[in-house]
Design a protein around this ligand. Structure first.
Ligand SMILES: Nc1nc2c(ncn2[C@@H]2O[C@H](COP(=O)(O)OP(=O)(O)O)[C@@H](O)[C@H]2O)c(=O)[nH]1
Ligand SMILES: [Mg+2]
Length: 389
């Protein structure tokens, strides 16, 4: 399963975002939903379920919206110099190691300093926080490389691609390949053979970029001064109000409103039951949602998965005529897969044996056979035919 990590300095709203994102409201609560511990939970990406277009009824979506599970980690608050062990230091960085992508939560209201202390709205420049997370991660990678550098440069002695391979070997856990190192070397015009460890900081910054795609989430947009918003907008920041999302999920759970995570508006179920305070709270949230086309929480998760990680949703079925499994369950599974995946990859994702015994696949919509190297598209419904039982 894909893992997203929420990173950022203390008090930017990570735990609020985490709580909102991992809380299934009543309507999605019939999904397998677990909060593993306070910092590890399950969130969902929202996508369009194919059952609507096919005029089928499936028991796995809400009004045609399919919520597909991803892991979410609320990473320990990061403070400057974490890579030197300050604050929770390495715990922070170890959490990040497990993540496929990072949601960097920043306080777009500018109301907290670089260590998370309240300073009053607009008194801190959130752009500083964007730079600082990248620096911390770069120096973390650099610290790891530093431990191995003398050995790598001595052993490779300029032989072929030994030095690139040596660096890649240190970072296999981050998915870094020898080709990645070579590409970066060319891009930065580095001379690895004669480089000192200090010359390698830019390389480490590139390793961070390659291995940890990052979406910057400007949280507390409900309190963000217009000037900061426009400044952050030029940096492709995804705005959010985690506190609003949390309030909406609570209200939806209590049947006060109708709202699905990712909706651009909510509907009040019964206006007369609301107190004046509830009404004004909801009105304020509605205002934020109009400006931001939603609270931004679901939108940020979707952007991380579909844009940063380039994933698509695939629906494997056993019966291509009825779009179901052997028990008649319609569209029982939804798998997140990388764009560029093939039916053969899907077979392996269903089960290793199914993958090994792969014979061919059928596109359930067209009933046509597709080749094992055919590229799957978002929303495809696929039957795998395998020699394995
Ligand atoms: N105005 C506003 N406050 C928020 C928002 N999200 C979180 N907060 C507040 O920011 C403070 C820190 O939130 P928390 O989630 O504990 O931050 P963390 O330290 O990053 O986990 C709390 O007082 C939250 O209520 C938001 O979207 N808008
Ligand atoms: Mg927290």
């Amino acid at each position: 399963m894909i893992t997203l990590a929420l990173a950022g300095k203390p008090n930017c709203g990570k735990s609020t975002f985490f709580k909102a994102a991992t809380m299934a409201n009543v309507e999605i609560a019939n999904y397998p939903f677990t909060t593993i511990n306070p910092n590890f939970g399950v969130a969902y990406v929202r996508s369009k379920c194919p059952c609507h277009d096919l005029h089928l009824t499936c028991g796995h979506c809400v009004d045609g919206n399919r919520f597909v599970a991803v892991n979410l980690i609320d990473v320990a608050g990061l403070v400057p110099d974490a890579h030197k062990g300050k604050g929770l230091g390495n715990q922070f960085l170890d959490n990040l190691r497990q993540a496929d992508a990072i949601l960097h939560i920043i306080d777009a209201s500018g109301g907290t300093d670089s260590e998370g202390n309240p300073v009053g709205i607009g008194n801190h420049d959130p752009e500083e926080d964007i730079r600082f997370l990248i620096i911390e991660m770069t120096m973390w990678v650099h610290g790891i490389l530093d431990k191995h550098w003398t050995r790598i440069s001595r052993m490779s002695q300029g032989k072929g691609t030994a030095i690139q391979q040596g660096i890649a070997d240190v970072f296999t856990g981050l998915g870094i390949t020898m080709e990645d190192v070579r590409d970066v070397e060319l891009k930065l015009k580095l001379d690895l053979v004669h480089a000192t460890i200090d010359d390698l900081i830019p390389l480490c910054a590139e390793i961070v970029k390659i291995s940890k795609p990052m979406l910057i989430v400007g949280n507390k947009v409900d309190e963000a001064p217009g000037m900061l918003r426009s400044k952050l907008a030029t940096q492709k920041v995804a705005f959010a109000s985690a506190a609003s999302e949390l309030a909406l999920r609570n209200a939806a759970g209590a049947h006060v409103i109708r709202y699905l995570p990712g909706d651009t508006e909510f509907k009040i179920v019964n206006e007369v039951t609301l107190t004046a305070i509830q009404k004004s709270g909801l009105a304020k949230i509605a205002g934020v949602m109009t400006q931001c086309k939603g609270t931004g929480v679901q939108q940020a998760i979707n952007r991380a998965v579909f844009e940063l990680l380039d994933m698509i949703v695939i629906y494997p079925v056993e019966d291509e005529n009825h779009f179901c499994n052997k028990k008649g369950d319609v569209l029982p599974d939804a798998f997140l897969m990388r764009k560029g995946s093939t039916p053969h990859d899907l077979a392996f994702q269903v089960h290793t044996d199914i993958g090994k015994g792969f014979l061919y696949a059928v596109d359930a919509r067209t009933k046509m056979r597709i080749k094992e190297n055919h590229l799957l598209k978002d929303g495809d419904i696929i039957k795998i035919v395998s020699a394995a039982k």
